[in-house]
Design a binder for this molecule. Sequence first.
Ligand SMILES: NC(=O)c1ccc[n+]([C@@H]2O[C@H](COP(=O)([O-])OP(=O)(O)OC[C@H]3O[C@@H](n4cnc5c(N)ncnc54)[C@H](OP(=O)(O)O)[C@@H]3O)[C@@H](O)[C@H]2O)c1
Length: 335
Amino acid sequence: MTAVADPATPIRWGFIGAGGIAHKLATDIALTDGNVVVAVAARDAGRAADFARRHKVERSYGSYEQLVADENVDVVYVATTHPGHKAQSLMAIEAGRSLLIEKPVCLNAADAREVFRAADAAGVFAMEAMWMRCNPLVLRAEQLIAEGAIGEVCGVRFEFGLGRRFDPGDRLFEMANGGGALLDLGIYPVSFAWHFLGCPDEVRTVGTLSPTGSDDTVAMQWVYAGVPRAQLWCSATVLAPNEAAILGTDGWIRFEPMAHRPTGLVVCRGESQDRIADPIEGQGYGYCPQVLEVERCLRAGLTESPLVPPADTVAILELLDEARASLGVVYPGET
Ligand SMILES: NC(=O)c1ccc[n+]([C@@H]2O[C@H](COP(=O)([O-])OP(=O)(O)OC[C@H]3O[C@@H](n4cnc5c(N)ncnc54)[C@H](OP(=O)(O)O)[C@@H]3O)[C@@H](O)[C@H]2O)c1
């Protein structure tokens, strides 16, 4: 049995980037039994060392190259801003490392395809960190729908607004850093609708741009065989309750209080409403199910997660590419 397959040996994580999301994932990894962060790299060695001290990580590096060369890392977590994901992922794959890559995996579908093809050729595991797909309540909703709890699914609503004040230096608005509401926030409603409704026949997109040219507020109407079924909305600057619902012929399911990290489901059937509570409520930032999914896949020798397969990730990025194209949002280096 390999060390990774042995449940008595923790999966050893190495982090590329020591920013906001890296701190949160390290905190949640520490809550699991079978995983440990053993190395972290930042562009600045001191910043990596601070991160290592705070999270009790054994090794810290001042370059991403050193991290991927570390033979005692089982899985690399790419936690940098989006434009770096492609090159850093390819570098890790070349070194034979498995990967969890923050969302969006890449700026566009073409780059994502390249990363997943390389992972496939190298026989290493690669998954987008679309943690919402691993959330137990999202899986529960899927099960309820399969059991016919709300009849036939007719529609999906999902909004995600952050209410961030415009600042050209904030990565959410900075084009050179992959700024824009669609890739940061819209990826959640798009993943959700894609999962529960499948690929739309037609997408109508309207939106506004920020002064830097990044997409700011975007609404999408997804149409299936002429019927509008998904209303999806995201905004960098407008604050919203961030609710979602799946509508069926016999009822609906509401995700609360925040759709991308639900802590409760309300299931309405006719006159009755039942609330299903989050089985992991209060457990860290909500990333543990994603960590456990990576652990499960690595121990089983899988190269992709059935919950977040590369084909889904690429198809979702294709829809985001189309939405961006219709708004005229092009990142530096894209043609
Ligand atoms: N899954 C989630 O819930 C979630 C939540 C937030 C963000 N994210 C994703 O995680 C990624 C990072 O977001 P974040 O909020 O953690 O961002 P952040 O706090 O600004 O951290 C950005 C990280 O990117 C690295 N970086 C590399 N090149 C950079 C550059 N040119 N400019 C700025 N930073 C650069 C920095 O690395 P060093 O440490 O080496 O300096 C830093 O660690 C994004 O792709 C985002 O979409 C996911």
